[in-house]
Design a protein around this ligand. Structure first.
Ligand code: GTP
Ligand code: MG
Length: 408
């Protein structure tokens, strides 16, 4: 269809024009889509024509916002639209598509259904308080609250992984010469970092992006630690850079060499998640096991024996790192077991819901009347409703949709 400038009769573009009448369009309203030939200047000319004739450009996320307000999707689905577009790993995309398909909304509605049931039971206690037989026992009410709360907590726990689907950072830290750069190279699969017998070989930190188990993982090799006095000004500057980067990492792996130094008696790095006891090829299997057990006991951190030279233990170390990413009880968050919560906003709502129920359980235990307990259940209902947008304010929508690109 020819798009003609009414002012001078000039033909601006020959475009395809598609009318999508509501309520079955994306936004639920009547929508006209115009498809021009590509090219930034050409499309600018088309948009310019419409703007001059009184149209205005959409706000970020405005189409999806309208779709939500018109009931075409719930708020979790609307958020997933932006996540599908910005997904950087296979797992992130898969999760975003599941949320977009309504999986998170379904789980939240299920939980809300259980809370409504619980509130109804409590209200029945209020109405028929004198008819003892008609009243459900306090023990049963308590159990119902505890069970729903556990389900909410389990869903909230998926945020640990969900928030990291688009990127996890893992730092290799530890004493000089322990084999950090060698491990790094093995993981990367090429000689990306310099390796030598000399202490303090690595000066700047080095970063490489890998995909592990469908997750986008940034591995960081850092300069080794040694006593401040033994370091040159240049080494110290490299350390400062590395420390700053390590502080922002999700997982810290301390690499120590098993080749007999006594300095491991003292912990050099704080906040370590996993220890790699490297150079295991230099000791007998029995000695390795003994040293690892000792380190594990001494530091209270998981210790994995590795050899960057032979490749032994590198897969186990990788699994140990991924276990840290998933958190304790991570199996529930594995693919196929449902969706992971990816937005802080959603996590916060689940957290508030769980806390409200916790208070409900407590006051019930303290012998509070049903009308007090039911208030906490209602609070949990309200909190969970915010995930799907059952309850929302314009401010919340502003925050959610400000993260979108224009026009989505
Ligand atoms: N036998 C054995 N030697 C290893 C192993 N890993 C590293 N090495 C050797 O240990 C020395 C130091 O290795 P690097 O990878 O440079 O150690 P680093 O921790 O990066 O050292 P800095 O950068 O100086 O902190 C090199 O000579 C490596 O060949 C291993 O698993 N077994
Ligand atoms: Mg190094």
């Amino acid at each position: 269809m020819a798009l003609v400038d009414p002012d001078d009769g000039r033909r601006v573009e020959d475009a395809m024009v598609c009318l999508m009448p509501g309520p079955h369009s994306y936004t639920g309203e009547d929508v006209v889509e115009v498809y021009g030939h590509g090219g930034a200047r050409n499309l600018q000319a088309v948009i310019g024509l419409f703007l001059r004739l009184g149209a205005r450009q959409a706000e970020p996320g405005e189409f999806t916002r309208r779709a939500f307000v018109n009931g075409r999707m719930d708020l979790s689905q609307a958020e997933a639209v932006a996540e599908v577009i910005s997904a950087r790993s296979e797992r992130a995309l898969r999760n975003a598509q599941a949320v977009l398909a309504g999986e998170l909304g379904r789980r939240v509605r299920e939980l809300r259904g259980q809370l409504v049931e619980l509130a109804a039971e409590l209200e029945a206690c209020l109405d028929f308080a004198e008819e003892v037989d008609a009243v459900i026992s306090v023990g049963k009410l308590r159990q119902m609250q505890v069970e729903v709360r556990q389900r909410i907590v389990a869903l909230a726990q998926t945020y640990r992984l969900g928030s990291r689907l688009n990127g996890v950072s893992v730092a290799l830290v530890g004493p000089v010469n322990s084999g950090k750069s060698s491990l790094f190279n093995s993981w990367v699969g090429s000689t990306r970092a310099l390796v030598s017998q000399q202490e303090g070989t690595t000066r700047d930190y080095i970063e490489a992006e890998l995909e592990w188990d469908g997750l986008c993982v940034s591995v960081i090799d850092t300069a080794g630690d040694r006593a401040e006095g033994a370091m040159s000004a240049l080494e110290q500057a490299g350390h400062a850079l590395g420390r700053e980067r390590v502080a922002r990492c999700d997982v810290r792996v301390e690499v120590v060499g098993l080749d007999g130094e006594s300095r491991h008696a003292r912990r050099l790095v704080q906040g370590v998640d996993v220890v790699a006891a490297n150079k295991a090829d230099l000791l007998s299997k029995v000695d390795v096991a003994e040293r690892c057990a000792k380190l594990e006991q001494q530091w209270g951190t998981r210790v994995v024996a590795t050899s960057a030279l032979t490749g032994d233990g590198l897969g186990t170390l990788r699994e140990a790192v991924l276990a840290c990413v998933r958190g304790a009880g991570g199996s529930a968050e594995e693919p196929g077991e449902g969706v992971a919560v990816t937005q802080y906003r959603q996590w916060q709502a689940l957290q508030e819901g769980a806390e409200a129920l916790q208070r409900g359980v407590k006051v019930l235990g303290d012998g509070a009347p049903a009308e007090i307990v039911v208030e906490h259940v209602r609070e949990a209902l309200e909190a969970l409703g915010r995930i799907t947008g059952e309850t929302y304010t314009e401010d919340v929508l502003d925050v959610v949709f400000s993260k979108f690109c224009v026009g989505k």
